[in-house]
Design a binder for this molecule. Structure first.
Ligand code: NAP
Length: 329
């Protein structure tokens, strides 16, 4: 790590994650004059980039495709000189310093190690799996976690969507562009999704519902042929729904495994951040879908990220001894 200490490879802030939160943090940090590096995952994509239509990000009255929105974010960050590197981060640890040296961190990726005074975690979350027989075996053979990616394969076919949240309902609506029938399997008798989405789905002629039902197995020979469900209230209604595709949208798992021994997380692995987006580790900030919070949206990710970058800036200025309050009068 000794070689990392030269000024070339030493950053004020390293941002981990290339989704809306990471890019917004990068925009604020680089525009704020910090020497900033954003590491975007090699083996992961931001969820928003596979979202067909974002209808609730202000400023786009017609809605905007998620991929296009992120490209716009990138264009804007580049105007302020943010360096973006593709690397999967494995470890974040304290950098050993000479006595009296600034407190800093090493972000260790697969391709390099990056020394930094502050870290912003913006690693987002990934789709949770059901963990039922057939799910893994038929992954890519009818089991999907991305309607935008795989929906067009199901033209005039029948598909099952599992889940009752915003993602399940929004993606079910998207799938009606292709599939002749979409059955939403939900474990309760009402949807969790926001009312505007519920209304569209409940009145859609090609969407059916299997209420109070859980998936027991995904069945087929080479490809998915059916989804076996169990009705939790009335076993007589348990059945196999004939389907060519099974789209699973049962929530998220935060991408925080690599950092759980460094910052405090809640019982589900979401990072605990205060209102200034500080984590339990001094110099590490967090924002977006990877933190414990009420509402996971692009707009809230961006808001958190602006705060995280500002807090990181104050932290860096404090360490360098050039903070406004530390300058005296
Ligand atoms: P979510 O809100 O956590 O919903 C997950 C759904 O899956 C719930 O209906 C849950 O059932 C069900 N579920 C969980 N585990 C299950 C299991 N093992 N078997 C069967 N069903 C299971 O997740 P999400 O829909 O992915 O949304 C994540 C976040 O992104 C939310 O904050 C959401 O508002 C946001 N989002 C917003 C939009 C939008 O605004 N347009 C679009 C997409 C996502 P229960 O209801 O019984 O818990």
């Amino acid at each position: 790590m000794e070689g990392m200490r030269n000024s070339e490879s030493r950053y004020d802030v390293v941002i981990i994650g290339g989704g809306p939160a990471g890019l917004t943090a990068g925009l604020y940090a680089s525009r704020g004059g910090l020497k900033s590096l954003l590491l975007e995952g090699e083996s992961s994509v931001s969820q928003i980039t596979v979202t067909d239509l974002v209808e609730n990000y202000p400023g786009f009255p017609e809605g905007i495709n998620g991929y296009d929105l992120v490209e716009r974010f990138k264009t804007q960050t580049r105007q302020f000189g943010l360096t973006i590197v593709t690397d999967d981060v494995r470890v974040v640890c304290r950098e050993q310093q000479a006595p009296g040296g600034e407190e800093s961190w090493i972000v260790q990726g697969n391709r390099g190690a990056y020394s930094t005074l502050a870290v912003i975690l913006a690693t987002g979350a990934n789709w949770r799996h059901l963990g039922v027989p057939g799910e893994e075996a038929f992954a890519g053979k009818g089991v999907s976690y991305c309607a935008t990616c795989d929906g067009p394969f199901y033209r005039d076919r029948e598909v099952v969507v599992v889940g009752g949240g915003d993602t399940a309902v929004q993606e079910a609506l998207f799938l009606t562009r292709f599939a002749r029938k979409v059955t939403i399997v939900h474990r309760r008798d009402r949807l969790r999704a926001t009312p505007v989405l519920q209304k569209k789905a409940l009145s859609h002629e090609r969407i059916e519902f299997a209420w109070n039902s859980v998936v027991e197995e995904i069945q087929g020979e080479t490809f998915v042929e059916g989804v076996k469900i169990r009705n939790l209230k009335n076993p007589d209604l348990s059945r196999v729904i004939p389907a060519d595709g099974a789209f699973v949208f049962v929530g998220l798992t935060p991408n925080t495994e690599f950092i759980r021994n460094v910052v405090d997380c809640d019982e589900n692995g979401y990072i605990l951040a205060d209102s200034a987006m500080r984590t339990s580790a001094p110099g590490i900030f967090a924002c977006g879908d990877c933190i414990a919070k009420l509402l996971r949206q692009v707009v809230t990710a961006c808001g958190d990220a602006a705060t995280a970058a500002f807090s990181a800036q104050l932290h860096v200025e404090d360490l360098k001894g050039d903070s406004y309050s530390g300058r005296g009068i």
